[in-house]
Design a protein around this ligand. Structure first.
Ligand SMILES: [Zn+2]
Ligand SMILES: [Zn+2]
Length: 389
């Protein structure tokens, strides 16, 4: 028999005044629903920002994600961050998953740029360890048109060196939405890198729902969702799953575009989030929202409450169906716009492919366009970040 007053070990050690925060936090929930929160005014503010939206886990940037150099975190901020984590019951080893800089590309074929990326990467990892944080998520990078396999080898070599330079932080590779040169669109890329990592206890994977869908893995219903995770287990292995990024997708399936959308508004729809909120294998894993909220973090508070509401809901529950329709309606206009863009792009690609076979010159243009495309993509990501901060 279970004692009536048994408490969850994740519960805050001190009593939290519920009136102090905007959204009440469900500390007894076995699922760690959370979001990417801001750290303006000092890194310790991220902890109270997480409390404000009722998050059981959170992500943050450790420095500006679009600058190479950033001043060190001050000692008093480190102390304050740790103290607030204790006060509010966040375990930095398991509940906090910082997001790395978008500039880091350790698969870069240019040795000088690779070294610069490595420096920023290790600096991030050391920041984690100073703060007592046990997980660090980053984008695996791009081969930039060079030999893809060699890029994976380069990335793994840098991960191995970074592990030797640090003590405990787990390096978590995020799957990507794009195609071609980007590393991590294909689950096999991630497996290949893990294979080359010497200390496998220090490496993990973060699955982003938007990236997964945009990369061409349909996860929008129970059958396809199960099929994806069976594939994940077969190629990578459950033991490496370290986090989930929770986003709907503004772009359709296999559009290869990294465009996050609010839950239920996009092409994924609310059903996948109902599945996730009830998927026991995700218990204890940080499940981080990165949906576009502009300056209003309150949206995250609402989305966490939505996820909690989805727990225990059945697919045919009339209340659930009503909610699914309501949110889908809110995103209808944006879905239509992106579907049109996607179709125009597809048509252009077909036409371009037809022309390309004619001359060698056009082949060169294609390669240049591809590289340009990637640059444009990373620029649009920076824009998203700007909004988030
Ligand atoms: Zn990311
Ligand atoms: Zn993500």
């Amino acid at each position: 028999m279970v004692a009536k007053n048994a408490t969850n070990s994740a519960a805050p050690k001190t009593k939290v005044d519920p009136l102090h925060f905007k959204y009440p936090r469900d500390v007894h929930n076995k699922f760690k629903f959370g979001a990417h929160v801001g750290m303006a005014g000092g890194i310790s503010n991220s902890v109270t920002n997480a409390m404000d939206i009722g998050a059981n886990s959170f992500a943050l940037f450790l420095k500006s994600p679009r600058k190479w150099a950033s001043p060190d975190i001050k000692d008093d901020e480190v102390a304050k961050f740790k103290q607030l984590c204790v006060q509010y019951g966040y375990d930095p080893l398991k509940d906090i998953l910082p997001h790395g800089s978008y500039l880091i590309n350790m698969g870069n074929p240019d040795a000088e740029k690779e070294e610069k990326a490595y420096g920023s990467f290790v600096d991030d990892l050391k920041r984690c360890e100073r703060l007592g944080i046990g997980l660090y998520n980053f984008h695996p990078g791009s081969s930039l048109g060079s030999d893809h396999r060699q890029s994976l080898v380069r990335l793994a070599k840098n991960i191995n060196n970074a592990i030797k330079e640090t003590k405990f932080v787990k390096i978590v590779l995020e799957n990507m939405a794009g195609k071609g040169n980007l590393i991590g669109n294909d689950l096999q890329d991630i497996r290949d890198v893990i294979d080359l990592v010497e200390d496998k206890s220090r490496v993990g994977v973060c699955v982003d729902t938007c990236h997964t869908f945009a990369a061409g893995y349909d996860i929008s219903n129970v059958e396809t969702f199960e099929a994806f995770w069976a594939k994940f287990d077969q190629i990578i292995g459950w033991q490496y799953l370290s986090a989930i990024h929770l986003n709907d997708s503004k772009a359709p399936l296999a559009a290869n575009l990294d465009l996050h959308q609010k839950l239920g508004h996009g092409f994924l729809g609310l059903e996948v989030f109902r599945i996730i909120a009830n998927y026991d294998k995700f218990q204890g894993v940080p499940i981080i929202l990165e949906t576009p909220v502009g300056d209003d973090d309150g949206v995250y508070g609402e989305e966490i409450k939505l996820l909690e509401w989805l727990q225990g809901k059945k697919q045919l529950d009339p209340e659930f169906i009503e909610k699914l329709k309501e949110l889908a309606k809110l995103g209808e206009k944006e879905r239509d716009e992106h579907l049109k863009k996607f179709e125009v792009k597809k048509e252009k690609t077909v036409k371009r492919k037809g022309k390309d076979v004619t001359t060698m010159v056009s082949k060169k243009v294609k390669v240049e366009a591809k590289n340009g495309e990637e640059e444009a993509e990373s620029k649009s990501k920076v824009k998203l970040v700007k909004k988030e901060e």
